[in-house]
Design a protein around this ligand. Structure first.
Ligand code: G1P
Length: 304
């Protein structure tokens, strides 16, 4: 498959966003979890910005019921723009327009949320037969440590599919897909020989966890169509990639890019709070005051 396809630079990103966000209830009862602010921007906007920075300006969001605010956020809001413009508030006006000017947005609904693999399969009609990227919204990658461009380069060099891997503590490998790997000539690139979704630490092939960035060969769609529900009764992307890693003649090999940069997890409440504190500290506008407050707050806490 890979050899007969004409190569063009990867331009499409798929962002699964149909999850219910139950870990954040009641905040997510009527608001998509992707819209929760990280400092002052919804989490999903960081992810779309990352895709655009990697030259992926065609973004397909896989949404579901109650996800309308996502579409509204990436669309114009003329009333608000008009009001800000009347007040001469140019900086806020620019902030409002930023999200609607970012990318060419497309949406498809995953009627029945049957897992990440199923969400990716919903992208098939839009993606067609070119390699594409998948970005999961719970992982934010610091723009100073670009990961996707490296993954795209590796995909172009080796063909097949590429996952992002990060070494994690053995005690948390059960939260991730875990990869069996062998080295390649490049220190940051490994060959993936097996993948297990959310294994117990004792059964994990390694401490290399799949983090939420993928560059996939479109051959993954055929495999996903045959993938049976796995962990949690859901159709797992990890299981389809495992199949590809085992039978690389179908759609090329699976490689991993080992990421050592800054990643912020917004998937559960504790990590979400840590992400906000870290990013707020680093902001030029808010950081200096916020850090000073944080320091005195921690000092007080220590005295108690
Ligand atoms: C998904 C994938 C898992 C991966 C993780 C990264 O799990 O199924 O393999 O390690 O994302 O964040 P989720 O966290 O959506 O349950």
């Amino acid at each position: 498959m890979t050899s007969t396809r004409t190569r063009t630079r990867i331009s499409k990103a798929v962002i699964p966003a149909a999850g219910l966000g139950t870990r954040f209830l009641p905040a997510t009862k009527a608001t998509p979890k992707e819209m929760l602010p990280v400092v002052d921007k919804p989490a999903i906007q960081y992810v779309v910005e990352e895709a655009v920075a990697a030259q992926l300006s065609d973004v397909l969001m896989v949404t579901g019921r109650n996800k309308r605010p996502l579409e509204d956020h990436f669309d114009r809001n003329y009333e608000l723009e008009e009001a800000l413009s009347r007040k001469g508030d140019d900086s806020r006006l620019a902030r409002v327009r930023e999200s609607s000017d970012l990318a060419t947005m497309h949406y498809v609904r995953q009627g029945d949320p049957r897992g990440l693999g199923h969400a990716v399969l919903c992208a098939e009609p839009h993606v067609g037969d070119q390699p594409f990227a998948v970005l999961l919204g719970d992982d934010l990658i610091d723009p100073r440590d670009p990961l996707l461009p490296r993954m795209i380069d590796v995909q172009e060099q080796y063909g097949g599919s590429v996952v992002a891997l990060m070494e994690v503590d053995p005690s948390s490998i059960h939260l991730y897909g875990s990869a069996a790997i062998v080295p390649t000539a490049h220190s940051d690139v490994v060959r993936v020989t097996d993948l297990v979704e959310k294994p117990k630490a004792a059964h994990a092939p390694s401490n290399y966890a799949v983090i939420g960035r993928y560059v996939l060969d479109p051959g993954v769609f055929e495999v996903l169509k045959k993938t049976q529900p796995g962990q949690g009764g859901e159709i797992q992307l990890t299981d389809a990639l495992r199949e590809l890693a085992h039978q690389e003649t179908v759609a090329g090999p699976v490689h991993g890019v080992v990421f050592t940069g800054r990643r912020y997890d917004t998937g559960d409440r504790g990590d979400y709070l840590r992400a906000i504190v870290r990013l707020a500290c680093e902001r030029e506008d808010l950081g200096p005051d916020f850090r000073a407050w944080l320091r005195s707050y921690v000092d007080e806490e220590m005295q108690e």
